[in-house]
Design a protein around this ligand. Structure first.
Ligand code: NI
Length: 170
């Protein structure tokens, strides 16, 4: 099932999501499948559960955009455990369509998470993957990429979005 992507302005995006405590349930498998489907439909490379209105600590990532199933990553209850180096690149978010800004992230990021069965694992990514680990973990903590911008830039984007909401175009 393809979910509608929740957009900036919905409070679910700015509150910390709830930890997952029950693993390997049909419901959890279904939800993760639906998250991949929703992400591919929206042409994203990462999606966090709050972005489909579900406040739980689950994120899916696929840097191949659905081309290569072996690159699918499921992060449940993820935590960033190491960040090395710095990268600066344009970043966007499916919940803030139309806005892309340079965001500083770690060059090499290690995340510790649980899989669908509840097993803990650690994974290290570089460049785009490192960026996705930080971006999606942020989502689960109620943080959007806007928090990494200057106050000036952030306010400008907020104002533009408010206008779009008023015009019924958001
Ligand atoms: Ni995002």
């Amino acid at each position: 099932m393809v979910y509608r992507i929740v957009k900036y302005g919905d409070p679910v995006l700015e509150r910390p999501a709830q930890p997952v405590r029950e693993f390997d349930t049909p419901e959890l498998h279904r939800l993760v499948e639906d998250m991949f489907e929703s992400m591919y439909a929206a042409r994203g490379v990462g999606l966090a559960a709050p972005q489909i209105g579900i406040s739980r600590r689950i994120a899916v990532i696929d840097p191949s955009g659905g081309e290569d199933p072996s690159r699918r990553i499921v992060l449940i209850n993820p935590e960033i455990v190491a960040v090395e180096g710095v990268q600066m690149a344009e970043e966007g978010c499916l919940s803030i369509p139309g806005f892309h800004e340079p965001v500083r992230r770690g060059k090499r990021v290690t995340v510790r998470a649980q899989d669908l069965r509840g097993e803990f694992f650690q994974i290290t990514g570089e460049d785009l993957l490192a960026r996705a680990f930080e971006h999606e973990t942020d989502h689960l903590n109620g943080r959007l990429f806007l928090v990494h911008l200057s106050a000036l830039k952030r306010d400008l984007i907020r104002r533009k979005i408010r206008k779009l909401i008023k015009a019924g175009e958001w």
